[in-house]
Design a protein around this ligand. Structure first.
Ligand code: BMA
Length: 336
């Protein structure tokens, strides 16, 4: 299908590698069954890229001034969770600040954060908004913005505890800003559905709508939005993680669904299989084994190339590539 990217960017310098050519016809069949492939030089960000980082994973990347900027989850060697800014010319080689972001509070009443993790970043109207899992009497959703990745401003928390996996839409839906989130509990939540909410001002949130619940197999325990939704001619393309509970704990895989453009709580198509699951050694072994966790997507609207940044085993960051029309065709062909 010829899928158009709406309101996207031209990114001639998007990180990219063609799908590997596999000469064994049996293995080639298996490889072609999946619409995305890993970067051959994964992981791209090692755990110790900054002075005191224990791990750098679940991190957000956006196009910035013909290059790239990002906000990275850097747990330090005391295992404190925080987010640090970074810059890159090619989206692959990164310079990440040693110190976490020091937010300027929009007003002095905004509470301090006990910790910050799993940021998503998206450009809306005139600035880059950040949404992250914020420690305030348990995990809730923190919100902030930057114009330049130098100064960062913290706004009121968008959602009360307990909530995680906030992903903002790049434009208003009707007259309101919009997000997906996942209500949770104070611990390693054994449940989780994706919920849609709207806000006229990014402070007061309401009009909550249920989007998707866990279903079978790899997505049987909980699901949560990954990167901010991507607007296409066929609907919002939403990468999301799904979790199953094995005898040894949680296993995090991811896939993509298509949602209605004006009513994004309505699911157009949701696939049964995952696209990526933990199978490489850096996904199977680390601080939390068996985790592939997508949080950012770069998309080139000219070629339809997509590069997804994902956390690997809560330790390092990897890249997977795909083409938007192949992914949409695959989602439509593999529905639950
Ligand atoms: C979730 C979050 C993610 C993490 C995942 C697997 O609850 O903490 O940051 O990647 O668990 O440990």
């Amino acid at each position: 299908m010829n899928v158009k990217i709406i309101n996207g960017y031209s990114l001639p310098n998007i990180p990219w590698e063609e799908r590997p050519v596999i000469s064994d016809p049996k293995k080639e069949r298996v490889s072609l069954e999946t619409p995305m492939w890993r970067y051959s030089k994964n992981p791209i960000i090692p755990r110790d890229l900054t002075l005191r980082s224990n791990s750098i994973f679940n991190s957000a990347v956006v196009p910035f001034k013909n290059e790239f900027a990002g906000v990275f989850r850097c747990d330090d060697t005391s295992r404190h969770m925080d987010i640090n800014a970074g810059r890159s010319k090619d989206g692959i080689n990164w310079v990440i600040d040693d110190e976490p972001i020091k937010f300027i509070k929009e007003n002095p009443d905004i509470p301090d954060s006990d910790y910050k993790y799993d940021p998503r970043v998206i450009f809306i109207e005139d600035r880059y908004y950040l949404i992250w899992c914020n420690g305030y009497h348990g995990p809730c959703l923190g919100l902030g913005y930057t114009y330049d990745f130098e100064k960062f401003y913290q706004m009121e928390n968008a959602m009360m505890p307990f909530n995680r996996n906030g992903a903002l839409f790049p434009r208003k839906i009707g007259n309101n800003y919009a997000m997906y989130s996942r209500p949770s509990d104070s611990g390693h939540t054994p449940f989780g559905d994706i919920i849609y909410s709207e806000s006229p001002d990014l402070i007061y949130w309401g009009k909550h709508r249920h989007v998707m619940a866990p279903s079978g197999g790899w997505q049987s325990t909980k699901i949560g939005a990954g990167p901010c939704p991507i607007e296409t001619s066929e609907g919002w393309l939403v990468f999301y993680h799904g979790v199953l509970t094995s005898c040894n704990g949680f296993v995090y895989s991811f896939s993509a669904a298509l949602m209605d453009l004006e009513k994004p709580w309505k699911v157009i198509a949701r696939p049964r299989p995952y696209i990526i699951n933990p199978r490489e050694i850096y996904e199977l072994a680390g601080d939390v084994p068996n985790v592939t966790f997508p949080v950012a997507a770069l998309v080139d609207k000219e070629t339809g190339r997509i590069a997804i940044y994902y956390g690997c085993a809560d330790t390092v960051t990897g890249l997977v590539f795909g083409k938007i029309d192949e992914i949409v065709d695959w989602v439509l062909a593999h529905q639950t």
